[in-house]
Design a protein around this ligand. Structure first.
Ligand code: GRF
Length: 192
């Protein structure tokens, strides 16, 4: 799918809930001359999300919406996304499930990064579950978002070997390093 038109950068929004290290990485990527994206908006469901500081530091507009009321939060999100002519939404540690209706409006334009080798270990606590079930590999996946949790079409995956003495933290750290590589790569793949 081509979202990029001419040599213009695709206006992108990133949705976060927490630490925001993927957001930080995507901002860095967006600043490369040949990057296909420009990050114009950060949306968070959590006003305490540490990642919000990366938006402030980089003078990117940020909005905090209360997703306890999904309908209302999505309505507000939609309004600003349309106003800013956002053409790509990158979920990066966003801990809310978007409604079918919202996903339909942005069909094929919402992507997510998930810390497992999908379709294995959808949902939460992926590293704990991968270690517990004695997998030899885990990894990360960038995929399109559809109405089923962590089930949309896969764009890119990277395998990471699970070591004998791995803890959730050590595995998470190694997988995050790969996330920082594949998220930009996946974006370039769908936009170029
Ligand atoms: C990442 O592991 C991502 O794959 C998952 O949530 C985590 C977010 O980390 N969806 P960060 O907030 O980007 O640091």
């Amino acid at each position: 799918m081509k979202i990029l038109s001419g040599n213009k950068k695709t206006k992108t929004a990133v949705f976060i809930s927490g630490k925001g290290s993927n957001l930080k990485n995507l901002i860095k990527f967006s600043k490369f001359k040949n990057s296909p994206i420009k990050i114009d908006l950060v949306i968070s469901n959590n006003k305490y999300a540490k990642g919000l500081r990366y938006a402030s530091k980089n003078k990117i507009e940020k909005k905090i919406f209360n997703f306890n009321n999904t309908k209302n939060a999505e309505k507000k999100s939609l309004k600003i996304l349309l106003k800013k002519k956002i053409k790509l939404i990158c979920l990066a540690g966003f801990m809310e499930i978007l409604s079918k209706n919202f996903i339909k409006i942005f069909k094929g334009k919402i992507i997510n990064i998930h810390p497992s080798l999908l379709p294995k270990f959808k949902g939460l606590n992926t590293h704990k579950r991968a270690i517990k079930s004695k997998e030899s590999f885990s990894g990360c996946t960038v995929h399109y978002v559809n109405s089923k949790l962590d089930s949309g079409k896969i764009i890119l995956q990277k395998k990471v070997r699970i070591r004998k003495n791995d803890t959730v933290l050590s595995l998470q750290k190694r997988i995050l390093k790969e996330e920082y590589k594949i998220y930009p790569k996946a974006i370039s793949k769908i936009l170029n």
